[in-house]
Design a protein around this ligand. Structure first.
Ligand code: TXA
Ligand code: MG
Length: 368
């Protein structure tokens, strides 16, 4: 069983660092989600990360640095605009794709790509372990491949304990509850390629770079989706609860839409018509903050609500925990969950919430 270390104890952080130095990955808190951290310069440590996570080798790892580290050991070149973003947003939830320093970063880390994703996490426990190890750490989210990213220590132990994880450092619930935003900066054309929307809203990046810059994005369900810029490993299918099925809707949710979807879905298993009562008993609304104006004429369905006050920050911080809880509920909501998506144009953290819901749903990339 994985050893549970306390992030508040210096000696236990040192223990974590010693394990990492000896080639054994340890789960650590970041300000986004928990990560499974191992030495980025050491192919053997990287292989352990892939093994514990049951992660395919085509899915590259983000390298985490301390702000005081020499970035040239990780990236071979940094442009003026990338430097601007680093100065403004590090430490924090921004991962930049930079040309890899092939001397130190093994192929395994980037799945063979000549670019490496890099970020400097803001969580003080992670930063302290970085300093103690004295080297950059590769750290994917500390969940089994394809599962929901962990925002507290319990799910990490559940997912990775049986897979040989040696230790996890507990730092309480993470601040953002969503992974970092991943971008590639095209200095020449003044374009920010948004490869994964995350905890740093893209409009904040544009504020720094200036009004002559624009964003291209590979968000699921977006018109003009830039699939050429999709990152490896950003699979359409991700984050799905095991036992239940999530159906996502683009705008409003009314009884007719819900009934026809439920009939279609349940019939597949049960080959019979369901009454209104049966449907309401077997369906659940997953309300990420768009209920009041978007659920029209519905009977009183059971609802999980992430935010009563339409706060993207509150919704993001509860999203992954609530998605995981869906698997743990011992009630009759056997199968269907309905959620209205935030609009693609929503600012702040809404695009990231939209992206994660689409990946978790059964109608991936194609909201009804
Ligand atoms: O907030 C985060 O970014 C968290 C915490 C632990 O830092 N980490 C995280 O890592 O979300 P992970 O492995 O679950 O997701 C990283 C994704 C990969 O799936 C891949 O899509 C992209 O980042 N990525 C990493 N390195 C890349 C590379 N060299 N080129 C393209 N995409 C890359
Ligand atoms: Mg992940």
């Amino acid at each position: 069983m994985a050893l549970l270390l306390r992030g508040s104890s210096a000696s236990q952080r040192e223990w974590a660092a010693a394990l990492i130095r000896s080639g054994k990955p340890v789960a650590l808190p970041t300000e986004t989600v928990y990560g499974l951290a191992g030495r980025a310069f050491d192919a053997e440590s990287l292989a352990q990360i892939f093994r514990i996570k049951a992660r395919p080798f085509f899915d590259p790892l983000i390298v985490h640095v301390h702000p005081d580290f020499d970035l040239s050991l990780v990236a071979s070149r940094i442009t003026k605009s990338e430097k601007q973003l680093i100065d403004n947003f590090w430490p924090g939830p921004l991962s930049l794709l930079l040309p890899r320093n092939q001397k130190f970063i093994p192929d395994l880390c980037t799945s063979g790509s000549s670019d490496v994703a890099v970020r400097a996490p803001a969580n003080p426990i992670f930063q302290d372990v970085l300093l103690r190890v004295g080297e950059p750490l590769a750290a994917p989210s500390a969940n089994l491949f394809g599962r929901i990213s962990p925002v507290e220590h319990g799910p990490v132990i559940e997912d990775l304990g049986p897979k040989g994880l040696e230790a996890i450092v507990d730092g309480g619930p993470t601040q953002w509850g969503l992974e970092s935003s991943i971008v590639r900066v095209d200095e020449e054309n003044h374009i920010v390629n948004l490869l994964r929307p995350g905890a740093l809203p893209v409009e904040r990046i544009l504020e720094v770079l200036g009004s002559d810059w624009s964003v291209k994005s590979s968000l699921l369900g977006n018109v003009g989706r830039n699939t050429a810029e999709q990152v490896p490993g950003q699979l359409d299918s991700h984050y799905a609860p095991f036992k239940r099925s999530l159906v996502v809707f683009e705008s409003s949710l009314n009884w007719n839409l819900l009934e026809s979807t439920a009939q279609k879905w349940f019939d597949r298993d049960r080959v019979r018509e369901l009454s209104k009562v049966e449907i309401t008993e077997n369906c659940l609304i997953f309300d990420v903050g768009f209920s009041k104006e978007h659920y029209l004429d519905l009977p009183p369905l059971d609802t999980i609500c992430l935010t009563q006050v339409h706060s993207d920050i509150e919704a993001a911080s509860k999203l992954f925990m609530k998605l995981r809880e869906l698997d743990e509920r011992e009630d009759s909501y056997g199968t269907l969950i309905f959620s209205v998506l935030p609009p693609p144009s929503g600012g702040g953290l809404w695009p990231a919430i939209r992206d994660r819901l689409l990946r978790a749903s059964i109608n991936k990339g194609k909201p009804l």
